[in-house]
Design a protein around this ligand. Structure first.
Ligand code: NAD
Length: 302
């Protein structure tokens, strides 16, 4: 048991982040008469996507971003969706474009992400933004969930420089970009990226000062995989059956929280950890994109 275990409260940190952002957006309007704008493209009616997009629309309104949702039928052709993206790229009134995943199987997601102009790619999934992240360029727009993890660490005053961070999961959305962010000169961590091909995972994760888990398996990270005093960031969102809930299920992370938490110095809960930061970072990316497109330095709005 680590006596000083602290819960990283993503709800509270996202509230603070959004409150600060709302102020900056207010100043942007007062000074420049500019309202940042975000367009979300949703294809079909995947229930999780419907609820994520609603949350994005609501949060945008709360911080003073003009949010627009464009909904398309599941049988929209690749060409038609591409035309929509190209038109939004050219529309000077649109600062941020987000193509909500998953797309139907007949449309290749990556080719759609790559069509979004990098300056408007507020999801940060395009090859250009990932390349910029790899090159440590300030023009990069970082993917929202990884950016949210960095913000959680920063606001919890957790040092990353010189630490060994082990990331489990190599997805485009989480594992790869969080590895790049932790590797950046600013974070200065030593990073090991583990995945399904890793043979001695527990041995590696036990060496970590910081563990980021994004595998999509309920309660995957067990106590014997964690060094006492480590920081554990749980990205997973998994539904498990729970007869005591009206819905019949509850959400758990990729970490076996009850057995791992007592060993940690810091840990994120699920729900209420990384999740709320993802939407907050989407709003921040839209604001940043708007400032950059208008040649305004963010610091001038502090
Ligand atoms: P993904 O399925 O695209 O990738 C999972 C990765 O985990 C893969 O790279 C795979 O190599 C690795 N993996 C799977 N099983 C493993 C094992 N046994 N050992 C080692 N590595 C293994 O998933 P994703 O999109 O990165 O999402 C991961 C989890 O995070 C999901 O539960 C998802 O719902 C959640 N998620 C949450 C947020 C958020 O905002 N909190 C955002 C994105 C994803």
């Amino acid at each position: 048991m680590v006596a000083t275990m602290q819960l990283i409260d993503g709800n509270e940190i996202s509230k603070q982040t959004l409150a600060e952002l709302r102020e900056k957006i207010g100043r942007l309007f007062a000074r420049e008469k500019i309202v940042p704008s975000l367009v979300v493209l949703r294809v079909g009616d995947d229930p999780a996507s419907v609820s994520y997009v609603k949350k994005k629309e609501k949060t945008a309104a709360e911080v003073g971003i003009k949010g627009t949702v464009k909904v398309f039928p599941p049988d929209i052709s690749r060409e038609e969706l591409a035309r929509e993206i190209v038109a939004l790229n050219a529309d000077a009134g649109v600062n941020g474009i987000l193509v909500q995943a998953p797309l139907p199987p007949h449309i290749d997601e990556k080719s759609m992400f790559n069509l979004v102009r990098p300056e408007k790619d507020v999801d940060g999934f395009s090859e250009t933004n990932l390349g910029r992240l790899a090159q440590d360029l300030p023009s990069a727009i970082a993917a929202c969930t990884p950016a949210g993890i960095i913000e959680l660490l920063r606001r919890s005053r957790i040092e990353t420089a010189g630490k060994h961070a082990v990331v489990i999961g190599r997805s485009l959305i989480v594992g790869k970009p969080i590895s790049l962010l932790l590797l950046s000169k600013k974070s200065n961590a030593t990073v090991t990226l583990c995945h399904t091909g890793t043979t001695n995972l527990a041995e590696i994760s036990r060496q970590a000062d910081i563990i980021v888990v994004a595998v999509g398996h309920a309660k995957f990270l067990k106590k014997e995989m964690v060094k006492p005093g480590a920081v554990v960031i749980d990205v997973g969102i998994n539904r498990i059956p729970d007869a005591t809930k009206k819905s019949g299920f509850r959400l758990v992370g990729d970490v076996d929280f009850d057995e791992v938490a007592p060993r940690c110095s810091h840990i994120t809960p699920v729900p209420g950890g990384v999740g709320p930061m993802t939407v907050a970072m989407l709003m921040r990316n839209t604001f940043l994109a708007c400032c950059r497109q208008n040649g305004i330095a963010e610091e001038s709005l502090l």
